[in-house]
Design a protein around this ligand. Structure first.
Ligand code: URA
Length: 424
């Protein structure tokens, strides 16, 4: 096999054979195919696509580049959720313990935030003592003891994807639906879950800006899941405004704990319950209803045990940023727009996110939204509170909010429904 033949096949719009795919992924992982060759192939795939059989084989080859976890020793079925990422998306935090409280096991490997979207591990690390890195043995122990584990993926899981994702990031080839779908699914399938619910976000704060693109990504991922024996369902959900009221690591943990305590913003509660029911159904678990597990405190009990099992103190005070700045409503009327991307970039500039993988995050930084689109506001009332460790960050965060807020004297916002579609 020759890398140039593989590149030229795709450049000319041809189908890659299973042998070409297996060879190129393996040779790239071993360093035999050069970065510039893989970069040319990724661009050819971005421009010419891959069909279902190619995507399935590409995903399989990336899974085979590393280990595949196996949870068959557990006495309950496994189920997981993956979100394509958004602003204020803290759903994993209440969801994993909630689903565990209803009878399934949740082995979730999560990531860190990059750019304007947050990462689950950064959020959980704002809890004093909580540890993201676990060995497979530790994961199994936490899963057995509590029913849910959320931790970082080790280097042995889909190493081909790790290398390829870093390359795509710097070669303008992230936005290829077959490459995104195979990247996400290779990690989720290697994680060993039996069932998977995908939360594909749509809107300004998401990867996928339109329903049409999100639907194509969702259908591609659902097909990959089916081809690998993982029961997979996708929901398309709104990311044109932030999810909930809190954006930023510790702020989002506090909001997740409110949900587990039976409160929290209605959209966060609704999406948590919807995803929990989908995860349980996909795993074939027909036990307690998730709403009951929130109401009777059993989901909160699992949360506390899950945090403690990874060294965290569920009772510790969460970090609070040193400085705050209140943004007030410039007019009286209906808030018709609170743009997810604008709020996400503001939180990022306040220190909640990172520009490069190695950067630290500020746990207390972020934004609290005091009104949601559709609500009436009065001129001068607090609309957002911004939090940062250094007040010098406020001007650039405020600049990101320019145009993100719209208030009209009367009228209704043109918002995406919270759950837009379901693809199975
Ligand atoms: N997330 C991933 O894991 N991979 C992609 O390609 C895009 C988002």
């Amino acid at each position: 096999m020759d890398a140039i033949d593989v590149i030229v096949t795709k450049r000319e719009g041809g189908r890659l054979s299973p042998e070409q795919i297996d060879w190129v992924i393996d040779a790239y992982t071993r360093g035999e195919v050069a970065e510039e060759q893989m970069s040319a192939l990724a661009m050819a795939i971005l421009l010419n696509g891959m069909d279902r059989a190619e995507v399935a084989r590409w995903t399989e080859a990336m899974i085979r580049s590393g280990e595949r976890m196996d949870w068959s020793v557990l006495d309950r079925p496994t189920t997981d959720k993956h979100s394509t990422g958004g602003v204020g998306d803290k759903i994993t935090l209440p969801l994993a313990p909630l689903v565990a409280a209803c009878g399934a096991a949740v082995p979730q490997l999560s990531g860190r935030g990059l750019g304007h979207t947050g990462g689950t591990l950064d959020k959980l690390e704002s809890i004093s003592g909580w540890r993201a890195s676990l060995s497979t043995g530790e994961m199994l122990r936490v899963l057995r003891d509590t029913g849910a584990v959320v931790c970082a993926a080790g280097g042995g899981l889909a190493p081909a994807d790790r290398k390829l994702y870093a390359l795509r990031d710097v070669t303008g080839t992230v936005e290829s639906i077959p490459l995104i779908a195979s990247s996400i699914m290779s990690k989720k399938i290697a994680e060993g879950t039996g069932a998977l619910v995908l939360d594909v976000k749509v809107g300004s704060g998401a990867f996928m800006k339109t329903v049409e693109h999100a639907r194509e990504l969702a259908a591609t991922m659902v097909a990959i899941g089916a081809d690998h024996g993982v029961r997979t369902v996708a929901l398309l959900t709104a990311m044109d405004r932030p999810l909930g009221r809190a954006v930023g690591n510790a702020l989002e943990v506090a909001e997740a704990v409110q949900v587990l305590a039976g409160g929290g913003p209605p959209d966060v509660v609704e999406l948590t319950l919807t995803l929990a029911r989908e995860m349980l159904a996909a795993a074939g678990v027909d036990g307690k209803d998730p709403a009951d597990a929130l109401a009777d405190g059993s989901a909160m009990d699992v949360w506390r045990r899950m945090i403690s099992a990874q060294g965290g103190d569920p009772d510790a005070e969460l970090p609070v940023a040193r400085e705050s700045h209140v943004v007030t409503a410039p007019a009286t009327g209906v808030l018709t727009r609170l743009d997810a991307y604008g709020v996400g970039v503001a939180a990022w500039r306040l220190g909640a996110g990172r520009a490069r993988k190695e950067d630290p995050v500020s746990f207390g930084a972020g934004a609290l939204c005091h009104a949601a689109p559709g609500e009436r506001v009065t001129a001068g009332q607090p609309l957002l509170t911004l939090y940062a460790d250094d007040a010098a960050r406020f001007p650039r965060a405020l600049a990101a909010l320019d145009g993100a807020v719209e208030i009209v004297p009367d009228g209704a916002p043109d918002l995406l429904p919270l759950v837009i579609d379901r693809i199975a």
